[in-house]
Design a protein. Structure first.
Length: 545
């Protein structure tokens, strides 16, 4: 039996193997509900390979997408999740004791639909995991209670029933210690078994040695699902859904239905769309009219931000696409680079150096890029250091001078959120919606290393394409601080010093005319040094030559 843990708005400790309970036993709404007032919450299921993510999704789900529960032949052959899987279950608001007491939900919605995003656990599939992380509202972090937080393993252990609670308590204590300095420190932990097997023990004596044999019988009902759903409902925060503005849809699967057309399944990231409206597939530079739409096999006329849907269009070869974007025509540019606000991931242990190559992920697209860091060091120690305290992401201003940075600094009082930026130059042009989340990683690091491979994240502030590349190059004001040191040879007059060793013979002095002399390091307290110190107080605003 595997025990796993789960965390974000909820942290679960789970055990695994698999039978689905009836919908009544876990308090979910029946699929036949006719209400149109549905609150959709996208819940990511993440964790290590073989920790039981797909088994958990299976026992929770009452409706499956076309790519759910490892349906692909490759996934079934290898026995692991290779791509994002989508499924859902519904909770009736009126009949649930927690949801019915929350007026912000009960007054506006009849049921809550939890769309489960089952992410791969294998380290080599991190590109897919990163893509899935950008479409979720909440997260389950599934942790094997036998092994805790791990890098990579495929072993499956079993825990005798009499020692389960002790094992759960021990692992919960360890996880609290690990998570105490993260945003998950207060997340509740729930022990869950998706499919506990019933085990009989028979004692056999052979050569005066007692041996125990465990013989699996029929699996019993899942353990802990009601408590996990209650915790999930308790921590629901109604996402900000905006159906205005341009439409943006990120699809992760594309397939053909004979006599109907091509179906693209994905998540609405921005805006809304209705049947018969025109959308663009920017990677093919094609515009198509929407023929029909479904949400988990139910026809709908309109989808809005946050909805998981299938969109059907005609006269499109599905073999040309696997994943990508649908959008309002001409709203997703092809960029050569970008300026982003940026933060270092504190679990990344190496220096993040300027002019380094990183793998940069935008949605489901990953490419390589060179990064240059710049920003402003904050000297006011009362400056806030989180997005919640600052209120909003700092906006890049072309009129401000920024200092060049050799490497990205961790978030601190000196470098709060919003004080650091990056100029990213893609090795190949990338379709990149404005305001996209950008994630930088070192995916070429060996998979058997235990360190974090995600180096930084940020938000796109300004795109760079062929039309504005030269303009931005000419107006971007990034400076480097340079120091030249010399010695005072003698005092010529009360406001003039004669110096040496400040410049080489080949230096063009014209570029230094008008620069300020700010100070001198005194190495002794001779009468001459005392006189020079007094003199410098008078000439520190005088110019050279």
């Amino acid at each position: 039996m595997e025990n796993k843990g789960n965390s974000e708005s909820t942290t679960t400790t789970t055990t695994t193997t698999s039978t689905a309970p009836s919908t009544e036993s876990i308090g979910v709404a029946k699929d036949g509900c006719n209400s149109s007032r549905i609150l959709n919450i996208n819940v990511g299921i993440m964790g290590h390979v073989d920790s039981g993510k797909t088994s958990l999704a299976k026992v929770l789900s009452t409706s499956l997408s076309t790519a759910a529960l490892d349906k692909s032949p490759a996934s079934q052959e290898r026995g692991i999740t290779l791509d994002l899987g989508f499924s859902s279950f519904n909770v009736d608001v009126a009949s649930h004791p927690l949801l019915s007491q929350r007026s912000e939900i009960a007054n506006h919605y009849d049921r809550v639909q939890f769309t489960l995003v089952d992410c791969p656990g294998h380290a080599s599939l991190i590109r897919t995991i990163i893509g899935g992380s950008q479409i979720i509202d909440m997260m389950f972090l599934v942790i094997d209670i036998n092994k805790g937080i791990q890098t990579q393993t495929a072993e499956i252990d079993q825990i005798p029933q009499e020692s389960r609670q002790s094992k759960i308590d021990t692992m919960s204590t360890k996880l609290r210690k690990v998570l105490e300095k993260t945003c998950f420190s207060q997340s509740p932990m729930v022990s869950v078994s998706a499919n506990p097997g019933v085990v009989s023990e028979e004692a056999n004596v052979n050569n005066n040695q007692q041996q125990q044999q465990q013989q699996p019988l029929q699996p019993s009902q899942p353990i802990g699902l009601n408590q996990m759903i209650d915790e999930l409902c308790k921590f629901i925060e109604i996402p900000k859904r905006d159906d205005q503005g341009t439409f943006l849809f990120e699809f992760d699967h594309c397939f053909q239905i004979k006599g109907q057309g091509s179906v693209l399944t994905g998540t609405v990231l921005k805006g809304s769309i209705e049947i018969n409206q025109t959308v663009q597939i920017p990677q093919l530079n094609l515009e198509k009219k929407i023929k029909s739409m479904q949400m988990f096999h139910k026809p709908v006329k309109k989808v809005v931000q946050g909805d998981r849907a299938g969109i059907c269009v005609t006269q499109l070869d599905s073999k040309l696409l696997e994943r990508g974007l649908l959008c309002t025509p001409k709203t997703v540019p092809l960029l050569n680079g970008a300026i982003i606000s940026i933060e270092k991931v504190r679990f990344y242990k190496n220096l993040v150096k300027t002019n380094s190559h990183f793998h940069v992920t935008i949605g489901h697209t990953t490419t390589t890029a060179i990064v240059t860091f710049f920003g402003n060091k904050i000297l006011d120690q009362s400056t806030p250091t989180t997005k919640e305290e600052t209120g909003s992401i700092h906006q890049f201003n072309e009129k401000i001078e920024y200092s060049f940075m050799e490497y990205l600094e961790p978030t601190s009082l000196e470098y709060p959120v919003g004080s650091q930026f990056a100029l990213i130059k893609f090795d190949h042009p990338v379709l990149c919606p404005l305001e996209s989340v950008i994630i930088g990683s070192k995916l070429d690091v060996a998979l058997d290393t235990s360190g974090c491979r995600i180096a930084f994240h940020g938000s796109l502030l300004q795109g760079i394409d062929a039309s504005n590349r030269q303009i931005l190059h000419d107006t971007l004001r990034i400076f480097k601080t340079k120091v030249k040191e010399g010695a005072v040879e003698r005092v010529h007059s009360e406001d003039t010093l004669i110096g040496k060793n400040l410049f080489s013979k080949q230096t063009d002095l014209s570029s230094f005319i008008g620069n300020y002399l700010f100070g001198i390091l005194l190495v002794s307290l001779s009468p001459l040094d005392y006189y020079l110190n007094l003199l410098l107080k008078r000439v520190d605003k005088k110019t050279f030559l």
